[in-house]
Design a protein around this ligand. Sequence first.
Ligand code: PMP
Length: 309
Amino acid sequence: MSTPETAKKIWHNGKLIEWDDARIHVMSHVIHYASALFEGIRCYSTPKGPAIFRLREHIQRLHDSCHIYRMDPPYSVDELIKACVEVVTVNNFKECYLRPVVFRGYGSFGVNPLPNPIETYIASWLWGKYLGQEAIEQGVDVCTASWARMTPNSLPATAKSAANYMNSQLIKMEAISNGFVEGIALDAQGNISEGSGENLFMVRDGVLFTPPLASAILAGITRDSVMHIARNLGYEVREGVIPRASIYIADEIFFTGTAAEITPIRTVDRIKIGSGERGPVTAALQKEFFAITSGEKEAPGNWLTFTSE
Ligand code: PMP
């Protein structure tokens, strides 16, 4: 069943298994109650071999997501970092996308998750530009979702849980059925939250703005990287509540995410944003981001984990 894009081996509870053998029972807790926490990580091709982007931060976020749901991941951050490197190496990838997932498996059938075993898998595959090849240069057309993001006291957006992606699916399906590439969700107060799988930034008069964690967003690692890069380039970056109307009158807006990287947005609800093309600030941030991820430019801190070192 494996396609050319998928890996040969998947890491499961400390062992490498064949892609087709990574199966679970239909009565596993996760199938019925969405009890899974996961990560999405990119490994880039560089002159020094494959390099995983901000691996430690992703694995730490996975541990944090599990902690919120009272799950003790059976593997430490360091063990999972080693396992991700192993998955890239054993599958001979130059570049790929990594998907670690920790979930409640097969054991008891009720809502109470605690009696079920905790399973850990790390899958990988080749994944191109998430919102389309052209999106990075031309930008995308998006809408405001009629579905709001979860409230902080219902499902925490801070945890990257499978359950949160039922909300994301509603946002995404509505957008696609109406002819848009993606939807921007508002939080319960009606302020800008995030896309179904991306954080959002806006630029106005040379200043960058992005919603705070309290606006029901995932603490994106690309978001953090872009804030760091922008400040290094001399831009002011402010985290604060963004009322819906502000984005229509922004000079530029763009999405950030591991899959979407930095994707310009050219219209929202068919209203043109700025010039209706990728703006200069978005272009400058993309240039710096891709220079770092391609290994062309020295990465700050430990942003790249080279798998052949
Ligand atoms: N928000 C949501 C809902 C997401 O699914 C993602 C992708 N993980 C992001 C934001 C961006 O996070 P990151 O930059 O860490 O990929």
